[in-house]
Design a protein around this ligand. Structure first.
Ligand SMILES: CC(C)(COP(=O)(O)OP(=O)(O)OC[C@H]1O[C@@H](n2cnc3c(N)ncnc32)[C@H](O)[C@@H]1OP(=O)(O)O)[C@@H](O)C(=O)NCCC(=O)NCCS
Length: 325
């Protein structure tokens, strides 16, 4: 028994903000940046921001409906929802955003929970869904990555606020006799928790110590490049493959330079790398399913092809999966 992706979907909130627009908005506050700096350091040209009052669950539901529609299933056939986010609807993810999505989809009863592995969240969620299907616990799992990252961005901190965006992506993973998920590998190293974090802690019902993302960009860059290369090789070995067997690389969309470096180390040509970071920015747990869905819907990724998905994020966490579509 395998788990196989039976549908993909994604959703971006309509408010698209270009580098030029963001640069003007920041300039009004005396913060200097430029389209040239953002593009040359990250490859990002634009990102989408959700309107006030729009939550991760709202974006997640839209992505989920599209994935369920592609799968050809009735939404009531979903028997587990796993949602990855660092920006849950409720403080502390209590109740989980997965439960909020379940209610908004009108499919109460099935199990639902959130996963927190920051930008690696989608890889963690796919790994869990695969295990639940292989164990016979679930037949059709809705896996969602959904973020309103703009809520935790400090728009006075130019080193972070230009890099992230909002959005959601989803896949339906179904039990199948045909090979789907071929191998997965997850890692974490809590020794690096400080280089990418929200430092604040809850005390007496309020956040003490800051509720915004804090990042040591150069440190993250260095660890990300080596961690992604290592885990890509590990997961390929588990699948009994080499990078030559891959049709596509769908990496976490944080920075085009990290993606180019990963592809180069794997000897994969750049035209096999799905890159949406220019238009989406870093949407954290949503970035991989957003990129995957865009390449499925524009016809690049075809049924039967083999895809490597990989991610890295706060924790520090990282992981990869080899998937036959
Ligand atoms: C964040 C990142 C783009 C910064 O690029 P970098 O080349 O390392 O740049 P630095 O942080 O060394 O900063 C270089 C200069 O640009 C300045 N700078 C930072 N943000 C800026 C901005 N938005 N606009 C203009 N200048 C900026 C810095 O102040 C610094 O100036 P200084 O040299 O006078 O001190 C890069 O480190 C990166 O992509 N890291 C990984 C981030 C990531 O992927 N995070 C998510 C992981 S899930």
């Amino acid at each position: 028994m395998y788990s196989k992706i039976s549908g993909t979907g994604s959703y971006l909130p309509p408010n698209r903000v270009t580098n030029q627009e963001l640069t003007l908005q920041l300039a009004e506050k005396g913060i200097e940046t430029s389209d040239e700096w953002i593009v040359s350091r990250s490859g990002i040209s634009a990102r989408h921001f959700a309107d006030a009052g729009v939550c991760a669950s709202d974006l997640g539901v839209e992505a989920a409906l599209r994935a369920i529609e592609m799968s050809g299933l009735d939404k009531n056939q979903i028997d587990l929802i796993i949602l990855a986010t660092s920006t849950p609807d409720h403080l502390g993810g209590f109740p989980s955003t997965a439960c909020v999505v379940q209610r908004k989809l009108g499919i109460s009863g099935c199990a639902a929970f959130d996963v927190q592995a920051v930008c690696s969240g989608f890889i963690y969620a796919v790994t869990l869904a695969d295990a639940m299907i292989k164990a016979g616990n679930s037949k059709h799992v809705l896996v969602i990555g959904a973020e309103v990252f703009s809520r935790i961005l400090d728009f006075n901190d130019r080193t972070t606020c230009v890099l992230f965006g909002d959005g959601a992506g989803a896949v339906v993973m179904s039990a199948s006799e045909q090979p789907g998920v071929l191998a997965t590998k997850l890692h974490a190293d809590g020794n690096y928790s400080d280089i990418l974090s929200i430092p604040g802690k809850l005390a007496n019902g309020v956040v003490e110590g800051g509720g915004f993302v804090h990042m040591d960009g150069p440190a993250v860059f260095k660890i990300a490049v080596s961690a992604l290369d290592k885990v890509a090789r590990e997961v390929l070995e588990l699948a009994g493959m080499t990078s030559e067997d891959l049709d596509w690389l769908v990496p976490h969309q944080a920075n085009i330079r990290i993606m180019q470096s990963t592809a180069k180390k794997l000897h994969m040509p750049l035209d096999k790398v799905v890159a949406t970071v220019a238009q989406h920015g870093n949407t954290s747990a949503a970035s991989i399913p957003l990129a995957l869905d865009s390449a499925v819907r524009d016809g690049r990724i075809q049924a039967g092809q083999t895809v490597l998905i990989e991610g890295v994020g706060g924790g520090f966490t990282w992981g990869a999966a080899v998937v036959r579509m």
